[in-house]
Design a protein around this ligand. Structure first.
Ligand code: SF4
Ligand code: FES
Length: 240
């Protein structure tokens, strides 16, 4: 790919110039420029949540979340460093041990952003002792299964249901380590909401919590989104 000399304002990301537009965050501008900054809770269609901290970078030497900090001219940003990637690996390991993530048996394996990012950061094992929390699944809905064991609390389903579907099906309850995903119905069951398979909220989860029923493994392992190209290669627009 030939480097195009940017004409507007730019910042430096790992030594390379990245152009940005007014009001863009560092992560938005980097993504538009096909530069990969690891992230989990950010989605281009929704306001940043800033909770997972995977996107933490050094901005002029200070740690900041790339998904929430506005781009500004001549910022010097470090992201792909041994120190930051090491911190990301620890965060990922904590996410894995806090929930029940058994990739080989998960329908989302190969399509999961958590799994793909863990591979990208060179995570080979959990490092910490697993919590193995007891989180029963909700299979009450005729078309959708909820497996709470894999929730990383990104809030994308909460925003998608509220802002796009206009239904407010999900919420996050509790605080700190006790935070958890809730279904907004009197029974707490998905069947008692108006959620439908075509809802944006049913198709936004970056991990394997919100799954359509009767469609398991329709795309075989080996042919899934991250099986061929890593999450970084996809962000970089690698079409080789
Ligand atoms: Fe995020 Fe999925 Fe959990 Fe919703 S269910 S908060 S989309 S991980
Ligand atoms: Fe920035 Fe999650 S992507 S904090």
């Amino acid at each position: 790919m030939t480097d195009v000399i940017p004409s507007g304002p730019t910042f430096f990301l790992d030594g390379k110039e990245v152009p940005f537009q007014a009001s863009e965050t560092i992560l938005q501008a980097a993504t538009r420029a096909h530069r990969y900054i690891p992230h989990l809770c950010w989605h281009p269609d929704f306001p940043a949540h800033g909770s997972c901290r995977l996107c933490s970078v050094k901005v002029n030497g200070q740690t900041a979340a790339a998904c929430t900090v506005r781009a500004a001219p001549d910022l010097v940003i470090e992201s792909d460093t041994e120190e930051l990637n090491g911190q990301r690996k620890r965060l990922l390991q904590m996410l894995f041990i806090e929930g029940n993530h058994f990739c080989p048996s998960c329908e989302k394996s190969g399509n999961c952003l958590l799994q793909a990012t863990a591979y990208q950061m060179g995570m080979l094992g959990p490092h910490f002792e697993e919590f193995y929390p007891d989180r029963p699944v909700d299979a009450s809905h005729p078309d959708i299964l909820l497996d709470f064991n894999r929730c990383i609390l990104c809030e994308l389903c909460v925003k998608a249901s509220r802002n796009v579907d206009g239904k407010n099906v999900f919420a996050i309850g509790g605080h700190g380590i006790a935070s958890h995903l809730l279904v907004n119905s009197e029974s707490g069951k998905l069947a008692d909401t108006s959620m439908a398979l075509a809802d944006r909220a049913a198709n936004i989860c970056p991990v394997g919590v919100i799954l359509p029923k009767r469609r398991g493994f329709a795309i075989p392992i080996g042919q899934r989104r991250f099986d061929d190209k890593s999450v970084a290669e996809q962000a970089q627009g690698d079409t080789s």
